[in-house]
Write a protein that binds this ligand. Structure first.
Ligand SMILES: [Zn+2]
Length: 602
């Protein structure tokens, strides 16, 4: 393996958030070796131009400096040399997200996309990485957590690691800090969770719960042949939420108080959300990390890569994440129906579902879903939330119309065999064709309407056939996420048709619904709400005051637009019935009950 690329990452200046990275190429391109930094990270579909954080770069060979030419925003070319060539970069790392790189005196975290340049033309070479400990006094109790294979480093230690090629190198995020680590097994495969941050978590319980979730997923699709270890990297700050999937690991962020402490029993709503996140990222190890769209095979990390299939990879994963919780018995059917009701509520509250299909949302994720502005609620639909509901509808429709002989589970099995184990990319029409082929049903109209259309989904009838009633009500207010029947007769009768948020002590319209009362009155996103009917109003008093109005009542809104005070005339409208909750039907026949238990496993 003399030709393996030798990478080295060193936290040279934690106070200034700077890593030094070197890569030594044994046999550089005789025409001049090119190096490139990725413009994006797989799993997060937005151009991030990681090269912008490179603050210094130089090349040398045989102890002599080699000229470097910058070719574009992300690429450099070194002058031709016949000897080993070393590129050295200094990289600023102050992004705490799961997509970034971060370094300070308390820890280091990085994704390979942020720190390791590709050796262009030699990406298939093996990579050896030395992860260097910071100089004292930093890093005294630090350990290293990564799914990268050790090649001399002690377990959880600094030292030498290795990856089969560049694609694998950038698929192993690394966390270095005073970690809390828990270990467990799933089907004989070692799994671990490494937590950064001060936490009072009950590690034994956390491991038991994660094991149960992972076992459910493994029992569904079977462990991939190359899954010989798995690591959850969890950053647990005061607040935050997010995750990014990788082939042998995932990087998660979750508020530390959402994790179970010693002595806690039961599953709080927040912990249920965390378990859903774990389940989601773990399911991705099949769905998108190994089975992926043809457009991602291989990834082109230099530019946007469009596919209309993100609803399959994120929507179906969003469907199976919570489904695994109920199927494993971790949560009750009622709890699961609450989660489904919340997902339906999110979709119903975004008028953008009438403008954009999930296929379009997938394709334009780069510039729309990942770059949401104040008009997002009117213009776009989430391929996660609506994608999960399409998966639900598809599952129930298959079960119903094939009398239980084909379910979405069977489609996923067949998809995994066709595109997962082989590593061949899924064509854009592959998933729909597979559903039709397996079920023998004519599903073209269903896919045209749900995937490419913008009408309402047939949730009501399909859920009913599985013994679940679909119900709608008005919203109780800004904190009402749906999922529960909260109609005690005091729900507000009118709505403003806008979302308000407190910012720097001001009450700001962050979004305004098309054709809602606020928009018809002339409110723009960004306006500051000062008074309602001549009385000062803030976010805390707004909901209470709103309850006093009835449809067609008139009010005066006083707002600042920039520094100009404006008075607007508002006519209240009846609040929409946009909040969904699902309940087990009071009356079910045996068929319905059998279908429901085959679906939910309870
Ligand atoms: Zn996802």
């Amino acid at each position: 393996m003399a030709n393996a690329h030798q990478y080295r990452i060193s936290p040279i200046n934690p106070a200034a958030h700077i890593y030094e990275v070197t890569v030594t190429v044994a046999k550089p391109d005789s025409a001049g070796q090119e190096f490139a930094m990725p413009a994006w990270i797989p799993g997060s579909y937005m151009i991030r131009d990681y090269a912008k954080h490179v603050i210094a770069v130089r090349a040398e060979s045989d102890g002599r400096e080699v000229a470097l030419e910058k070719l574009d925003k992300s690429r450099w070319r070194a002058a031709a040399t016949s000897r080993a060539l070393t590129l050295t970069l200094e990289i600023y790392a102050h992004d705490e997200s799961v997509r970034g790189a971060h370094l300070d005196a308390t820890h280091g975290f990085f994704n390979g996309t942020c720190v390791f340049p590709a050796v262009v033309g030699q990406e298939s070479q093996r990579c050896v990485v030395e992860i260097v400990a910071p100089d004292a006094p930093h890093g005294k109790n630090w350990r290293v957590a990564t799914s990268m294979r050790r090649d001399g480093a002690a377990e959880y230690g600094f030292g030498i690691y290795t990856a089969a090629d560049y694609a694998e190198l950038i698929d192993h995020p690394v966390e270095c800090s005073a970690l809390s680590i828990g270990e467990f097994e799933v089907g004989g495969i070692p799994h671990a969770i490494a937590i950064r941050g001060k936490t009072r978590v009950d590690m034994a319980r956390l491991c038991r719960d994660l094991q149960r979730v992972c076992e459910q997923q493994v029992s569904f699709l079977g462990a991939p042949g190359d899954l010989d270890r798995y690591l959850f990297l969890l950053n647990a700050p005061g607040s935050g939420y997010g995750g990014l999937e990788h082939r042998w690991s995932s990087a998660l962020i979750c508020g530390r108080e959402n994790l179970p402490a010693r002595g806690d029993e039961g599953i709080s709503d927040e912990y249920r959300t965390f378990l859903g996140l774990v389940s989601h990222e773990y399911f991705h190890l099949w769905n998108v990390k190994r089975m992926k769209p043809a457009a991602f095979t291989p990834y082109d990390l230099s530019q946007e890569t469009h596919t209309g299939l993100l609803w399959v990879y994120e929507g179906i994963t969003s469907y199976y994440d919570d489904l695994a919780l109920v199927r494993s018995g971790m949560i009750s059917v009622e709890s699961y129906l609450e989660l489904l009701g919340q997902t339906a509520t999110r979709v119903l509250r975004s008028a953008g579902r009438r403008r954009q299909s999930v296929q379009e949302s997938s394709f334009d994720a780069w510039t729309k879903f990942y770059k949401q502005d104040a008009n997002a609620t009117n213009a776009i639909v989430s391929y996660y939330a609506k994608g999960a509901l399409i998966a639900l509808c598809l599952d129930l429709k298959l079960r119903k119309e094939t009398a239980g002989s084909v379910a979405l589970d069977d489609v996923m099995h067949a998809a995994w065999q066709r595109w997962g184990e082989s590593g061949e990319g899924m064509p854009e029409d592959g998933f729909e064709k597979l559903c039709i082929e397996l079920s023998g049903l004519d599903l073209q109209d269903f896919f045209n309407a749900t995937v490419r259309g913008t009408g309402e989904l047939p949730l009501d009838a399909l859920l009913k056939s599985h013994g679940v009633d679909f119900a709608l009500r008005r919203s109780a207010g800004a904190t009402d996420k749906g999922g529960k029947n909260a109609d005690d007769g005091t729900l507000p009768q009118v709505w403003l048709g806008a979302i308000l948020a407190a910012r720097n002590g001001k009450t700001i319209f962050v979004s305004v619904d098309n054709d809602g009362p606020a928009e018809l009155a002339g409110v723009s996103p960004g306006d500051e709400l000062v008074a309602l009917d001549g009385l000062r109003i803030d976010i805390a008093s707004c909901e209470k005051r709103t309850r006093r109005y009835r449809p067609r009542d008139k009010s005066t809104l006083t707002v600042f637009r920039g520094d100009e005070l404006i008075e607007l005339r508002l006519k209240w409208q009846e609040a929409p019935v946009d909040t969904c909750y699902l309940v087990s039907a009071a009356e079910t026949d045996d068929d319905m009950a059998a279908r429901r238990s085959a679906w939910l496993g309870q």
